[in-house]
Design a protein around this ligand. Sequence first.
Ligand SMILES: [Zn+2]
Length: 182
Amino acid sequence: MSKEFVASRLDVAAFAREGASLAGREPLRQRSRLLDETRGEGADLPVQWTAQGQAVAVTGGDPQVWLHLKASAVLPLTCQRCLAPVDVTLTVDRAFRFVADEATALAQDDESEEDLLVLSREFDLVELVEDELLMEMPAVPRHEVCPTEVKLVATDAEFEAQAAAKPHPFAALQKLKADKGN
Ligand SMILES: [Zn+2]
């Protein structure tokens, strides 16, 4: 009886009419724009979301088409204060109302608290999830309280950067000496 709804090609009006819901959970690696933000870190971490459709009766008109979206993701980013890794949790809890066309959306945008989107029979809900999570990205990712003294950690980061660089020639020399010694 109930229709199969596909998140990437959602018939939004039918979804609302049936009061249907969808949920998704996929690894960060499948959301390339979010993965860009972490520079490929945390590719296996989950992006989770749920969506609920709702038709709201209106006197003397067609029912309104609503979609309630909740989404969350944890992105491993770099704290801009201490340069250590910081896990930033993004959460979205938002309601959208779908209108017939762009002109209606523009006309009603100022008077509406909810976000307005244009109705589609093949709406990409997964794309919307990613859009909304990206909008929650902090302009400057940082710890609420950095784990250690900023100065100290900056030094550590510098040290790590050196360690990660090519082996120092002296290290190679040292190894050569050690081999000869044996
Ligand atoms: Zn920090």
